[in-house]
Design a protein around this ligand. Structure first.
Ligand SMILES: [Zn+2]
Length: 450
């Protein structure tokens, strides 16, 4: 099929025409969550961005897409939180994974083809570590195994920095055991109380970077099409994945295209657990619905930062509300002709602007535009709630009965009749605070959800 999917490749820092290794089997890997605490809106952006890319690839290449998104269920952060809360690790990881899956469903993300867990691949991680030692890319020291970055001359290529620049620009784990401070851990020993697996270097556990090298190879092969994740993963996580895989496999390329999404900010500061300025996906969905959160996440280009605030969410909510006037869940396929904007490096804001235009034409009665509007909304993954579900969502959200609203409106009418305009305004604002917008028409007052 003819297409012109262009992607901005972080590896070459150029917008490139996407050329798959095998057009009959497209391969994509996105780094998934570390399941230690409720996922937040910053994590949701990666989910939704790669979901859109997955949908676009399906549109072009059909269903032959292998999309892998891993679950990190062994990590120091998980161990720490388990100790702090005195809850077993398995309980934490299974509960957070469940919440994560519910969030994905509510955001209307398609299921990845494979969702491997790190703890199911310890054997392969031990094998890769042994092999890297054998090939002299890694060394053992005091029950630890480190990757020797000096053994890989391409190290730093993805982040476009040399070793010295990387060293000065990042917080690196200091350890007397390392030959070079930039070396990173492949395997480390575990205390008796901590989770651990038997290995040639004693009882221990893998370093985080290793799992993605192992699992991408297992499910997608030594060289695959697309790899991605949040911008903060470029260094050291992705740089380390490349080093491990290319050295072990004697390959020049690991993934051909690297895609990184920008941060979510709040008041211009990056949303992150460590800064403490987070909104959980579940809370955002509860307040605004999954589709409104989804549209908000797609309202900026994926490579740009996106500021999370009430105005942004209210605007998306109004848009969705308006679009329900025209949207119909018909069976027409998403035609490639409307996807042009998306094919240009997943330009979602441009595509959303197109949907607004189609909406305006459809509202004037243009049937063709209406069909295209429906297809475009579906391609974006919107309208997973039907109109009734949406209306009842809004009703529940505000948790106010109709009787209450009508009573307030009547009180306000009496206040106005008596010339008590300050009371009338007070009632109007009170309703507004509860998400109810009232409008005075000729002889009556109408109301709607904000
Ligand atoms: Zn990864």
């Amino acid at each position: 099929m003819m297409h012109k999917l262009k992607l901005n490749n972080s590896l070459t820092r150029k917008k490139e025409l996407f050329k798959p290794i095998n057009p009959n089997s497209i391969t994509m890997y996105a780094c998934g969550p570390t399941v230690y605490d409720d996922p937040h809106v910053g994590n949701a952006r990666t989910l939704v961005v790669f979901d859109i890319l997955f949908r676009v690839l399906k549109l072009i290449y059909g269903n032959n897409i292998k999309y892998v998104r891993n679950i990190t269920d062994i990590d120091d952060k998980i161990i720490d939180i388990s100790k702090k809360r005195k809850i077993p690790i398995e309980k934490i990881t299974s509960e957070v994974t469940k919440i994560f899956h519910q969030d994905c469903d509510n955001l209307n993300c398609l299921k990845p083809t494979f969702e491997p867990k790190a703890t199911d691949h310890i054997k392969e991680m031990i094998e890769m570590t042994s092999s890297l030692i054998k090939k002299k890319f890694a060394y053992e020291k005091n029950k630890h195994v480190f990757f020797s970055v000096a053994s890989f001359k391409e190290y730093g290529k993805l982040s476009n920095k040399n070793l010295e620049e990387l060293k000065s620009g990042s917080r690196i784990e200091v350890s007397d055991l390392k030959k070079n401070p930039m070396d990173f851990v492949l395997w480390k020993p575990s205390d008796d109380k901590d989770p651990g697996w038997d290995s040639p270097w004693g009882r221990g556990r893998p370093g985080w970077h290793l799992e993605c090298s192992v699992m991408s190879e297992k499910y997608l092969g030594k060289n695959f099409d697309i790899h991605g994740g949040g911008l903060d993963l470029i260094f050291p996580h992705h740089e380390n994945e490349i080093a491990q895989s290319c050295c072990n496999n004697s390959t020049e390329r690991f993934a051909n295209y690297w895609i990184h999404n920008g941060f979510i900010t709040m008041n211009k500061e990056k949303m992150s657990k460590s800064s403490g300025n987070i909104v959980s996906i579940t809370d955002a969905i509860k307040k605004y619905s999954g589709q409104v959160v989804r549209l908000a996440l797609l309202s900026a280009h994926y490579s740009q930062p996106l500021d999370w605030n009430e105005k942004l969410l209210d605007n998306q909510s109004e848009t969705i509300d308006k679009w329900y006037n025209v949207y119909e869940n018909s069976e027409d396929q998403s035609p490639l002709e409307i996807a042009e904007t998306l094919l240009d490096d997943i330009n979602t804001p441009g595509f959303i602007a197109k949907i607004h235009e189609l909406y305006n034409q459809a509202k004037k009665g243009d049937e063709k535009c209406k069909k295209l509007f429906n297809s475009a909304c579906r391609l974006l993954g919107l309208f997973n709630l039907d109109k009734n579900e949406w209306n009842s969502f809004k009703k529940n959200k505000f948790n106010i009965s109709e009787d209450f609203i009508i009573e307030k409106i009547n009180k306000r009418l009496i206040a106005k009749k008596n010339g008590n305009y300050s009371l009338a305004d007070k009632i109007r604002n009170e309703l507004l605070d509860n998400g109810i917008l009232i409008e005075d028409k000729k002889n009556e007052t109408t109301w709607k959800y904000k």
